[in-house]
Design a protein around this ligand. Structure first.
Ligand code: SF4
Ligand code: SF4
Length: 258
């Protein structure tokens, strides 16, 4: 990530107290979690439901080449689960820094890929008549494991804690970098921008409501180079934007000079 030039006195390591707020602004975000339950739980009884993971994985991969983690904040069925039912019972404490490191994400990704590919490989050895159901069963199991792991993290720490170590996030970030190199993001990628930094009330609400603890404030308030958030981890979920009391945050295609 390109370094953001901001004033020296700004403490970027400061932790903000997280605040719960409405995060689901569309029907997909409000009810998408039902798809997670359908695949993860329903797939244990009817494994073909697990095959729905295929279009989901394809969609998030293709979308990330053009729009970064947009999928995570707007379409992910698990994300809807974290932001609607799980949010209600989560303490949303600060997410440990250990979960946010690149190394942790990569290790979880490797662990996931090894397990997933082994499971799929073994399922493909099954009799032709049962092969599809076995593959679906592996995918449904993966979906259920993520649901359980994220729920435990959500109840203990924060409903979006899982997002920092999600293998699909790691995959999307890698594809996003590729998309940028191939200039696929030029017309479609949006980021959070501040329209008038001088009107910022410095309430830090944008950072307190961010589901994954990014810091539109103070970065955008004190950034000197340009007015957009250079943050690949941003899910473009609009929660900061919807909560800014002076309506100076937007989700737009930035005027990049780089
Ligand atoms: S910075 Fe704003 S848009 Fe990005 S993840 Fe946080 S709340 Fe969502
Ligand atoms: S919510 Fe708006 S006013 Fe408050 S710190 Fe963020 S940008 Fe500034």
């Amino acid at each position: 990530m390109k370094k953001q030039k901001i004033s020296e006195e700004i403490d970027l390591d400061k932790k903000y107290n997280n605040v719960k707020t409405e995060r689901a602004y569309t029907a997909v975000r409000k009810y998408g979690w039902l798809v997670s339950i359908l695949i993860g739980v329903g797939g244990q009884f009817y494994p073909y439901l697990g095959l729905l993971v295929v279009p989901i994985m394809l969609s998030l991969t293709v979308m990330s080449a053009f729009k970064g983690l947009y999928w995570c904040g707007n379409f992910c069925p698990h994300g809807s689960y974290y932001d609607v039912p799980l949010l209600k019972i989560s303490p949303i404490d600060n997410i440990p820094d250990l979960l946010k490191t690149r190394l942790t994400g990569i290790l979880i990704f490797v662990f996931f890929i090894l397990n997933f590919s082994t499971g799929i490989f073994s399922a493909l050895q099954a009799e032709p008549g049962t092969r599809l159901a076995r593959v679906g069963g592996v995918m449904a199991n993966v979906y259920l494991v993520v649901l359980v792991a994220a729920t435990l993290l959500g109840i203990a720490i924060n409903s979006r804690a899982w997002c920092w170590i999600c293998p699909m996030r790691t995959l999307q970030l890698a594809v996003y970098q590729l998309g940028k190199k191939l200039n696929l993001t030029a017309e479609s990628d949006q980021t959070v921008i501040i329209t008038s930094a001088e009107d910022c009330r410095e309430c830090a609400l944008c950072s307190q409501v961010c589901p994954i603890e990014l810091k539109p404030y103070p970065i955008l308030r004190y950034k000197q180079e340009n007015n957009y958030l250079e943050e690949p981890n941003c899910m473009r979920c609009r929660v900061c934007i919807e909560n800014c009391p002076v309506d100076i945050l937007k989700l737009e295609k930035p005027e990049r000079t780089d």
